[in-house]
Write a protein that binds this ligand. Sequence first.
Ligand SMILES: [Zn+2]
Length: 433
Amino acid sequence: MSQLETASRQRIEAHQVSRLQLGLAQILPHNAFYREKLLQGTASPTIARLEDLASLPFTTKSELLADQEQHPLFGLNHTYPLSEYIRFHQTSGTAGHPLKILDTQESWDWWAECWTSVYQAAGVGRDDIVFLAFGFGPFIGFWSAYEGAKRLGALTVPGGTMNSLERLLVIQELGATVLVCTPSYALRLAEVAQEHGMDLRESSVRVTIHAGEPGASIPATRKRIEQAWGARTYDHTGMTEAGAFGFACSEQQGVHVIESEFIAEILDTHTDKPVTEGEEGELILTNLRRWGYPVIRYRTGDLVRHGGYGCACGRSLLLLPGGVLGRADDMLIVRGVNVYPSALANILHLFPEVIEYRVIVTKNGPLDEIALQVECPAALVPVLQERLHRDLRLRIPIEAVELGALPRFELKAKRVEDRRPHEAVSRASMKGG
Ligand SMILES: [Zn+2]
C-alpha cells in the first residue's frame, strides 16, 4: 500500500492540487483543445484549493468527438507533437462513433502504474502468472492490465485469438494464478469448463480481476464467479477516455478511487452539486498524470455512490460502494420504479439454475416495460418472479428458454435488448464504449 493511500484527506487533496497545477502548466501552453476551453482569452485559471476545480468547465465525450470531427484524425487534445505518441486506441463505439485516443510513452507508463495498484490490492505479485482473456485489438480493454502485470514483474500471458476451451487449456497448462477478463466472460469460461468436465475449483487460479462492466461488485455475480473458480474476485473500474481509476480492496465493498492519479467528483444528476456521503451521483474525473491526453472534469456518465473515506482495509481513499452502479442512461423506469440492469443481475445470479438471461425493453404508451428471457428450468419461473417482485416491487413477465438459446459474450455483455421505437441504439451501455 502506498503512503498516500492511507494519508489524511488534507494530504491527499494537497497532492491533487499540486499535481493539477503541474499538469495545467504543461497543458495550457501546448494543448489547443484545453487552451481554447480553459483560457478563453483570459489568464490561466487559478487552482489554489481543490474546491477551485469547480470553477472549470466540464469535458464531455460528445465534445471530444466533435473536436475530432472538426480536426481529423485525432482532434486537438494533445499536449505534445504527434511524434511523441506511441499508442493508438479507440473506444468500442457501442453508442456512436469511436473516439480515437493517443498516449505518449509517459502516459502509457502511467496507465501501467495505475494497474499495479489494482493488482497489489488483490494481493497479486511477481510470482503470479496472469492470464488475460482479451482480444488485444484497438480497444484499450485489458492492454493496460497487461502492461501493469509486466511492470509488477508477474509472468503475463496474452490470451487473444483463442476460443474459450483453448484459453482454459492454456490456463491449466501454465498454471495461471490470476485471470483478467470481463465478469460475463469469467462466467462463460466456467460454463465451457463444465461442458468439458473441467472443475475450475481445482485450477491454479486464485484471483480473478474484472472490468468493462459492473459485475465483480454485484454481490450475487461476484459470488457466482468466486464459486465457479474457487478464487477471490476483484472489481476494477476504468475507461479509455480517463484511465484506470479504481480497484477493489480485500474488504470487497466496492472500489477505491486511485486519488493519487485522479480527482473524483460525484455530482447530483439534476443540480450538478456535490452529493454527500451515502448519496448517488454522476462520477466526474480529472486525470492527474496522463498529460499526453488529459481530461479535466470529464463527465463519465457513470452512476456511483459516495462511500466516504474510511475503510476497514486502512485506506483513506474515496470508496464507491458497489463500484459503478450503472450508467445514467441505463436506468429503466418501469411503472414508476427505477430499475438498473445490475439490480436484475444481483437477483438472477442468486439462482445457480439461471445460466444466462436477456432483458427486453418495450414501450407501452409512454411507459417502459421489461420482460425477461432466462435460460433455466420452466419450474423456476414462478420462483424468480416472486423474488423479483419481493426485491423490486415489480411483476416482470419471464420466459424460460432452452440452454444455449441466448448469446454469450467475450467482452462487454449486451443483455438489455431495447425494442422501444425511436431508440434504435442498443443499450449495451458499458463504460468506455
Ligand atoms: Zn478498502
